[in-house]
Design a protein around this ligand. Structure first.
Ligand SMILES: CC(C)(COP(=O)(O)OP(=O)(O)OC[C@H]1O[C@@H](n2cnc3c(N)ncnc32)[C@H](O)[C@@H]1OP(=O)(O)O)[C@@H](O)C(=O)NCCC(=O)NCCS
Length: 171
């Protein structure tokens, strides 16, 4: 259940725990592009990355914590060129063992509210593997619509070739 969950922005002091969380996520999620062996960020670099997000006017890194432990994450990024800076993108995850309990929905709702408070942001975009049923259901439930598909851009280790869906919300 999403009860007893704290959702807040990441702080520099979360760097070590966040690094361990991300590494674990890459090893336990089939539907992410980065594989665990490709994640080489250390705690120092993570600290710097968190600090940059915290200072950025149009980006954030949100954490979901239970009993002080990170069990979910959403980070966003924005191309600040004038023609596209109204559109922001994000990626999210929930720790294995905590999925299907409403935590993803809680973090994403928190992020949508965060975007609404930022006047320069009007559109939220995401990319999702076409076979990621759980994620697509979550996004549809919260009002995201399919805008397009990049065909066969993802190749799994077992040879399966998958599409990449682009979904968006104008909150
Ligand atoms: C996708 C992910 C973030 C969803 O987080 P979650 O905490 O498991 O999701 P929630 O429990 O909040 O579920 C939200 C909705 O998604 C749907 N859902 C969740 N798991 C599902 C599943 N296995 N199959 C179908 N629908 C599912 C439900 O409809 C639920 O809606 P409801 O509130 O009406 O019941 C999580 O599964 C995850 O971290 N997966 C691995 C990483 C990943 O794929 N990230 C997304 C990349 S685009």
């Amino acid at each position: 259940m999403a009860a007893n969950i704290e959702i807040r922005e990441a702080k520099a002091s979360d760097a070590r725990a966040l690094n361990a969380y991300i590494k674990e996520i890459y090893g336990t999620s089939d539907h992410l592009i980065t594989r665990q062996s490709e994640f080489r960020t250390g705690s120092f670099k993570q600290r710097f990355w968190i600090s940059k997000k915290a200072l950025h006017p149009s980006e954030t890194c949100l954490l979901a914590l239970r009993d002080g432990k990170i069990i979910g994450m959403l980070d966003s990024w924005t191309d600040m060129r004038a023609r596209v800076k109204h559109s922001t993108s994000f990626a999210m995850s929930v720790k294995q063992g905590h999925r299907g309990n409403g935590i993803g929905k809680a973090i994403l709702n928190h992020f949508i509210l965060w975007v609404k408070k930022h006047e320069t942001l009007e559109r939220i975009e995401l990319h999702v593997h076409s076979d990621n049923v759980a994620a697509q259901q979550l996004y549809k439930n919260l009002g995201f619509e399919l805008e397009g598909t990049r065909h066969k851009v993802l190749r799994y280790e077992d040879g399966r070739v998958i599409d990449d869906h682009i979904m968006a919300l104008w909150p």
